[in-house]
Design a protein around this ligand. Structure first.
Ligand code: DUC
Ligand code: ZN
Ligand code: ZN
Length: 460
């Protein structure tokens, strides 16, 4: 099977040129002017951008949460991702306490197998740093799971103490894996929550008010200090605020290998959304919380200045009806998380590129190339060149649409960006050489996506 993309404007993290792209057997085989090879499928990309498929390195699909689970499974979630121009995701397998890392990984592999329509990898969330599981780390890395998320929040559930965090970092130092951190001070947050509920304050806004940005700054600083002593690189997930940015910037200026991610909701929404009437604020309950607007400019600047390197979604959808409503009388019972997998490229293109906050090349770098590089998939993914996987989005920069739950493909009953107007859309989406989305139609089948064995962050 072959595909020829004619007359497009090829935009990568580093280049911007007019060329044709030839695809054969899942790979890009040629990028050049005026290719005239025989093919079964020709796509005219005149006046459109030809970019590497988006890579979302932060999703929670089919994730158990108390008695419920996130509403997208690997079929619905990855179809929605594809409609938005994302052709690879990295989801989080969660280790329960007392569980082998391999068991956790296998559970998540089974969730994805036969369902995912785009390629996927896994990080593992380590919640039990018992030495017997740490010894598994090296073996899991050999299976292509080369990044591990830890938490400084949620004591008794997901949190590791500083000495366990340090032990995992030491193990990563030995095997070359990348440590990712959810950085918020869990002990202090839990105390604030206890005091706030005791005062009878139960509305969604208190989710944000009990998780102040200073506590994200503290935990980010602490994480960076521990990584420095362990001498490992560290990736801070979902960065939201000035205090965390200051910590990352300082460390990077001193030459420490610290990377950071933010998400569209921190760039475009704020604490004010949690104050929406009729309990609608619950739609915006996620962690770390949405912040005051004053943090947004810093986040945009950091994406431009390379203090932050990636935009991911933290896609973790729960329905407003029935799920979010569990917390109508107690904000701590509102399931934590929100949908976003479908709109990452739309929003970052509109508010980043169209509104001149960063360049077209930087956009590609933030949503595709850097995620591939940091998470061990480059140049297989995140690039347009001969030999790379043919994961390509033909982006129409002129298509305008209004984001809405009425038209999105995510299996959830609301969209945080309802009513946002964006220009730019993934018109044709090619995943390993197969056209899977064309003009708002999904053309493929569940189960075509493959597990990607990722390389180490540090080559051994
Ligand atoms: N952290 C995440 O990354 N996602 C959902 C909730 C959380 O605390
Ligand atoms: Zn997190
Ligand atoms: Zn997350």
């Amino acid at each position: 099977m072959s595909v020829l993309i004619k007359n497009g404007r090829v935009v990568t993290a580093s280049d911007d040129f007019l060329a044709d792209v030839f695809i054969q057997n899942e790979k890009i085989t040629k990028v050049a002017e005026n290719i005239s090879l025989a093919t079964t499928t020709v796509i005219d990309a005149a006046n459109k951008l030809v970019i590497p498929g988006g890579i979302d390195v932060h999703t929670h699909i089919d994730m158990p949460y108390g008695d419920i689970k996130s509403t997208d499974d690997f079929e619905t979630g990855t179809i929605a991702a594809a409609f938005g121009g994302t052709t690879t995701i990295i989801d989080f397998a969660v280790q329960s306490k007392g569980q082998s890392l391999f068991d956790a990984l296998n559970i998540w592999k089974q969730k994805a197998d036969g369902k995912a329509v785009i390629d996927y990898g896994f990080h593992i969330i380590i919640t039990d740093a018992n030495e017997k599981y740490l010894s598994e780390l090296d073996k899991v890395v050999n299976e292509g799971v080369t990044s591990f998320k830890l938490f400084t929040a949620y004591p008794g559930r997901l949190m590791l103490n500083d000495s366990d965090i340090f032990r995992v970092m030491q193990q990563a130092k030995q095997n070359g894996a990348l440590i990712m951190m959810h950085a918020e001070n869990g002990y202090v947050i839990d105390k604030l929550i206890q005091q706030t509920l005791a005062e009878g304050k139960t509305e969604p806004i208190y989710h944000a008010l009990t998780r102040p940005s200073a506590l994200e700054g503290e935990a980010t600083n602490r994480t960076i200090a521990l990584a420095k002593v362990a001498d490992v690189p560290v990736y801070i997930v979902h960065v939201t605020c000035n205090e965390a940015i200051d910590a990352i910037k300082q460390a990077r200026m001193q030459g420490q290998k610290v990377f950071g991610e933010t998400c569209p909701h921190y760039l475009l929404l704020s604490e004010d959304d949690l104050r929406r009437p009729n309990f609608e604020g619950a739609k915006y309950v996620l962690s770390p919380p949405l912040r005051e607007k004053k943090h947004q400019q810093t986040l945009w600047d950091s994406l431009n200045d390379n203090v932050l390197q990636t935009i991911a979604t933290d896609h973790c959808p729960f329905n407003f009806r029935q799920h979010k409503e569990l917390g109508r009388y107690d904000f701590t019972k509102i399931p934590n998380g929100a949908p976003g997998i479908e709109n990452r490229l739309h929003l970052s293109y509109e508010f980043g590129v169209n509104q001149k906050r960063f360049s077209l090349n930087r956009w590609v770098e933030l949503v595709s190339t850097n995620p591939a590089k940091i998470f061990g998939m480059y140049p297989q993914k995140g690039e347009i060149a001969a030999g790379c996987d043919a994961d390509i989005v033909i982006w129409n920069p002129n298509t305008a649409h209004t984001i809405s739950a009425q038209t999105h493909h995510m299996r959830v009953d609301y969209n945080m960006f309802e009513g946002f107007k964006v220009t730019g859309n993934a018109e044709t989406v090619i995943a390993r050489g197969e056209v899977i989305v064309e003009k708002n139609k999904f053309l493929s089948k569940p189960g075509r996506g493959k597990f990607i064995k990722r390389n180490l962050f540090i080559k051994k």
